[in-house]
Design a protein around this ligand. Structure first.
Ligand code: KIV
Length: 269
């Protein structure tokens, strides 16, 4: 993957199902089936409980909806850390069962050998450094990384290790702008930032965050929609129509007398 597409930053978003993948696909260079699905769709309080079966099911759905974007599926916690062999078995399963183009894994420096093992065996890998949500239980929660010099050097080492192991790109999450800029300058592979400033080669957000589905979003999210408001208003209207017997009306009702009325009206009819 080039550092920037025609000089422009890479546009990346998450998707977990076919209809949403179809909607975002024409506008994105890369779609990530993130393990954030555990929190966004399944109501978990972290990504730690996400399983291989969940990732494969959502990966298959996204692949059905996506036409042209490069689709990457996250490797869930516990599916790659034990050994390069364990990582290969699970990454190969994800690739074979979803037909996605690459996998992503949260790559501490320890994972260099694993990334190399996968890439050498024909599995493209997107690395993920900085704030690593699967590591919250040792890192003390969802906190930005690189505040101390030690931490800063660690994030730089993680990014360099990912590049030297053959990752085609690296997600940089939750770091201050100067650190993101330094990593982007140091690497020849693209950096894709989330909460990592405009100094990266691309940007990624959780789609539901930027669509405005939740009351709370992290500081780095810009809301481009008000999906929560739209869903709430639509459901309130529906509930009021059903209770007031205003729905269904004649237009939404089958009649045995008319051929035409057998057609169920759709929004675009
Ligand atoms: O799981 C996810 O959605 C991610 C992105 C936010 C980078 O890892």
């Amino acid at each position: 993957m080039a550092k920037a597409k025609g000089g422009q930053p890479l546009v990346c978003l998450t998707a977990y199902d076919a209809p949403r993948a179809a909607l975002i696909d024409p506008h994105c260079d890369l779609i990530l089936v993130g393990d954030s699905v555990g929190m966004v769709v399944h109501g978990l309080d972290s990504t730690v409980g996400v399983t291989m079966d969940m990732m494969i099911m959502h990966g298959q759905a996204v692949m059905r909806g996506s036409q042209s974007a490069f689709v990457v599926v996250d490797m869930p916690f516990g599916s790659y850390e034990a050994s390069p062999q364990q990582a290969f078995e699970n990454a190969a399963r994800i690739m074979m069962e979803t037909r996605c183009q690459a996998v992503k894994l949260e790559s501490g420096v320890y994972a260099e050998e694993t990334v190399r093992y996968l890439v050498d065996r024909s599995i493209p890998v997107l690395a993920h450094v900085g704030l690593r949500p699967q590591a919250i239980n040792v890192d003390g929660g969802f906190k930005a990384k690189g505040r101390s010099d030690d931490e800063r050097q660690r994030v730089i080492a993680e990014a360099k290790a990912a590049e030297s192991a053959g990752a085609f790109g690296v997600v940089v999450e939750g770091v201050a702008e100067d650190l993101a800029a330094e990593i982007t300058e140091l690497l020849s592979i693209p950096t894709i930032g989330i909460g990592a400033s405009a100094s990266c080669d691309g940007q990624i957000l959780v789609t539901e965050d930027m669509l405005g589905l939740f009351d709370w979003t992290p500081k780095f999210v810009r809301r481009y929609g008000n999906v929560k408001g739209e869903i709430t208003a639509a459901v309130e209207n529906y509930a009021s129509d059903v209770r007031g017997r205003a729905f269904p009306g004649k237009a939404e009702t089958y009649s045995l007398n008319s051929e035409k009325s057998l057609k169920i009206p759709r929004v675009d009819d």
